[in-house]
Design a binder for this molecule. Sequence first.
Ligand SMILES: Cc1cc2nc3c(=O)[nH]c(=O)nc-3n(C[C@H](O)[C@H](O)[C@H](O)COP(=O)(O)O)c2cc1C
Length: 695
Amino acid sequence: MNSGARASEGATEALPGPDGELPGESAGLTPELRDRLLYYAWRAPSPHNAQGWCIKVDGLRFRVSRDPARQVLGEFDPGSREGDLACGAVVTNLCVGARAFGFDAEVRWRPVGGVAAEVTLLPAPAPPDEAATRRLRALRRRAMNRSPYRSEAVAGSVIDELQATAGRLGFTLSVLTDRAVIDQAAAIAARASAMKLMHGPTAAELYSLTRFTGRDAAQHRDGLDLELFFTPAVAARIAAVAMHPRVLAGLAPLGMARGMAEMIARDADQAPLRSAPALCLLHASSLEDETFLRAGACFEEIALDVTEAGLAMALHSAPIEVGLSHPGAPHPSVPGDWHASIAEVRRELLAAFGAAPQAVPIAFFRLGSPTREPERRSLRRRPDEPRPETAHYREMTRRNQPSLSRNEQGALRAVRILVAGCGSIGGATVVPLVRLGAERFVLCEPGDYELNNLNRQAADMGDIGRNKAEVQADRARAINPQAEMLVEPDGVTEDNVDWLVGTTDVVLDGVDVTEPAGITAKRALHDEAWRQRRLVISGLDLGGTQLVYAFDYRDGRTRPLNGRLDGVPPGTGALEFLSRLVDPLDVPRELLTYTEAMIRGEAGSAPQLAPTADQFGVLAAWMVLDFAAGRPVRRRVKVAIPDLVMPRGRRLANETARMAQLARVKFLLESTRRRARAQAQAGTETPRPSARDGS
Ligand SMILES: Cc1cc2nc3c(=O)[nH]c(=O)nc-3n(C[C@H](O)[C@H](O)[C@H](O)COP(=O)(O)O)c2cc1C
């Protein structure tokens, strides 16, 4: 696997460095690889997606502990066993990430009080193999799939493999495939689920962690996004009212709360469980201090096996959760007459799976082939918080006041910005943003500076031959030495796009579209930003016009690139891409002249100018400030610099000429397309016009 994380190039190949050292042996991890491993660790599953863990990194050592402020189900699970389970899954993810980047990982459970586990990375003796790379890919794809499952049976070989994984790690995985017993287990789960919903504190907690709209999910980046339950938007809004704790409290005296809870339990647990061809129970033979931690690590390995096997799974934890205080007494808030039912649920569940009565149930999930795939990813908060403000920062940004309030300044400082593409327009954003007070960046760019870039890009002769992102990172550090500047010199790729988007708050899209590879990267960037509900600010240099689009994927409605590329196969040329994205009326004269030449098959390159590129820096910086301050941003901003400075009389003449030229280009384009279609039908291929050069 290639990686933008600088040291990981060495780490991936595990070659001795110039001093004979193996990667990671001396200074530890590069900031980029550390960041990336943390991202993978945070992709672990957690109850209600509360992400109740802390991960502290010291060199090559990662310490994972429960975050006491983010534990859930305090009444049913007073010992936070599910919190341990989630921490165990984090440990597996750290190990999987580390192995894919050329490390071995050593795990110590509960090394000291208050720490769940310590993972130490050691340089591996051999480079990562294909299996390690595949495992990481599975980690990046793993997700609960809560759609109904198809009835077709799960292959026996897959079940054997999952059971072998459980056995190897000291647990047992019992699997039900008999329809009658599946129905029975589904009914047990529904009883437990209704019980949870009728327990006031648990229902209120669930409500507080349910994200009823896309914007809600994007804002919190934790909790349960109802879109991942395939809940239509209207139903989600109704649920927001019906499930409100005050509404439920109001229904209780009328005897309607039970009916409501049973209905939700049937829909959310019983029916989906009954649709599955296999139900699984992970259990342990005894309960020790480390049992749920180790079981979490085991559960995640099983989940990755399931993903690699191309199958889906979904947890239905209620029948385990209601009994998590076992062998202790339930919390006083749990009504006394429920105690027997809770014990019964536990007993019946173990019996249904043929497990011993004294076994410890850990995870209950269904397995099968889904009928639908979730379109979004479950969201994660940012792995680390911004550092405290320094005196340097305060003094450096002093003259921003009162245009920026102290609060706005603080909000901007906290925002982590992905600059995807650091050429003409992306490269123009870094310095203005750093001066405005942004302090956290991931700069991503595969290209080096060339002489023909100097007409417009933020570089000088001394930068030629250097990676553009590296140069911009140095520029930023020279202004603010505290700025956190991560550099990804691979550009946007299928391998890194989830990490790039997942760990940043806003994306500045300066990906060059003059080459097919750039278009592929841009589409991958927008698809991922859409999956992870981010705001993307995209710029286009059109001669003297800077056209900025804000694609606000936080709202849950905006399609990638406004849906203009939906259904368009990969490999689209620049002209096709731009003609779909850009309104023809926005195209200035100088670009129409270039387009016309291209259609006629003449040589040339798209004009790109310093004033236009710099405009993106100006506009994007302000838009990021508005984003940080929580203000909405305009979806389209056009700055036609020549028009702004032209006397009014000339502008009119220019506009008239532009309209005439636009009509001519449109006619030319249509006739070229018609000719190409006719020739294609006649069996001959015509080369497509394509834009040249760029960045
Ligand atoms: C201990 C534990 C219990 C869970 N129980 C349930 C559950 O009962 N129902 C459910 O839909 N998801 C359950 N989940 C899944 C989480 O909601 C899910 O991991 C989280 O939303 C993140 O989504 P992802 O796993 O798809 O990335 C559970 C996860 C854990 C770790």
